[in-house]
Write a protein that binds this ligand. Structure first.
Ligand SMILES: C[S@@+](CC[C@H](N)C(=O)[O-])C[C@H]1O[C@@H](n2cnc3c(N)ncnc32)[C@H](O)[C@@H]1O
Length: 363
């Protein structure tokens, strides 16, 4: 199909009674799955450019097809931030429909963040990610429900910790933003809660930064690799934002199993625990080396496909070790569905038994 996508986009807009942005106007891209993300793009000379550098509908681009215009929202966009005007439409797209991925992104190497995004029902993934995800699902059919149960644990645990009085959060291995994010959960209870997001995946970083729209002072995003904890923990932006002399919650949710034994995750977590003030909390989940070997079978798929990281299930004892010196709050180290389940969860029954989780408090 060689239709001109700009013309298609314009026709779609007109069919909905919406006007087309003037050249030079600013428009908003909204991802329907992450409705809080509004990425500012520029429309110039019939081209729509996102701030990732993606092109959406370049005039006369023979490679472009109608399906590059993946989604259209008719609702007027709300103002994104002071001084940023928006035109009366929002457009979203899938990554497949881009001509140039952001720098540092290799669409052919499956990325852990993008595979997880696929499991959660997101659109920020490429064909290589989805292929690997489908292979993992064959080996571990509960992988998708486990990802959702893991995200649900993160939300319940963050809520419990903010209700216990913690006002600052460091989310290590953030993942592609998905609502509600840590700051949204925390700020429902404590509106001035501060959050630092840290990840090493370029797609996560562009989304996390877009989410913030550059106007918030309560949330920051830092590029950092857990294999170099010193770089993260001594990052000037982190020390300016988070006061480690006060209680802090550190989230290591579904990320430590992405570190090989050679990366020494024990030492990493020890260095973080040492930095935390008394009254701080560690929120952690980790792929469990289940007796049936299902987690290992799933992990093998990541290794076989040479994904962005290896996946390493660990035993109950190894996971417990990450909390050394901390007191586990009720109910201790358990499966995802057993950690303070909501009534709906109790009624739904259990089927996700490949991840252990806990929340520990520094005495
Ligand atoms: C499975 S996702 C979990 C996301 C989120 N914590 C959650 O539980 O919903 C793992 C995240 O950790 C990030 N990650 C993996 N290895 C990392 C490393 N060495 N340093 C920093 N982030 C890493 C990935 O990019 C991905 O975003």
């Amino acid at each position: 199909m060689d239709a001109n996508p700009t013309a298609i986009l314009h026709d779609l807009l007109k069919a909905r009674g919406l006007s087309v942005a003037e050249d030079g106007a600013t428009v908003a891209v909204g991802n329907p799955l992450h409705p809080r993300i509004n990425t500012v793009v520029a429309a110039t000379n019939g081209r729509y450019l996102t701030d990732y550098g993606y092109e959406l509908g370049e005039q006369g681009d023979e490679r472009a097809t109608a399906d590059r215009v993946a989604f259209l929202l008719a609702a007027p966009a709300a103002p994104i931030a002071d001084g940023v005007s928006t035109s009366p439409f929002e457009v979203s797209m899938t990554l497949d429909h881009t001509t140039s991925p952001p720098s540092g992104v290799d669409p052919n190497t499956p990325s852990i963040a993008r595979v997880y995004d696929y499991f959660l029902g997101g659109k920020d993934n490429f064909a290589a990610d989805r292929e690997l995800a489908e292979q993992v699902l064959q080996a571990a059919p509960n992988a998708r429900t486990t990802a959702r149960a893991n995200r649900s644990f993160l939300i319940r645990a963050t809520d419990a910790v903010v209700r216990a009085g913690v006002r600052q959060f460091v989310d290590l291995g953030t993942g592609v933003p998905t609502s509600p994010n840590v700051h949204e959960v925390a700020q429902r209870v404590t509106p001035d809660a501060r959050v630092a997001y840290v990840d090493n995946d370029p797609i996560v970083l562009v989304h996390a930064r877009a989410l913030l729209s550059g106007v918030r002072s309560d949330v920051i995003t830092i590029k950092g690799d857990l294999r170099d904890p010193k770089e993260i923990l001594e990052h000037p932006d982190l020390s300016a934002h988070i006061d480690f002399r006060q209680p802090v919650a550190v989230l290591l949710v579904a990320v430590l199993h992405l570190l090989a034994d050679e990366d020494d995750p024990d030492r990493l977590v020890e260095s973080i625990r040492n930095l935390m003030a008394p009254g701080s909390y560690l929120i952690l989940s980790h792929l469990w080396d289940d007796p049936g070997g299902v987690a290992r079978a799933g992990a093998d798929k990541y290794a076989h496909r040479k994904a962005s990281a290896l996946v390493v299930p660990r035993t109950t004892e190894q996971i417990q070790q990450f909390f050394d010196g901390f007191e586990l709050i009720e109910p201790g180290l358990v499966h995802l569905d057993q950690w303070r389940p909501t009534e709906d969860m109790i009624n739904a029954g259990a089927d996700d038994r490949f991840v252990l989780c806990a929340v520990g408090r520094k005495p």
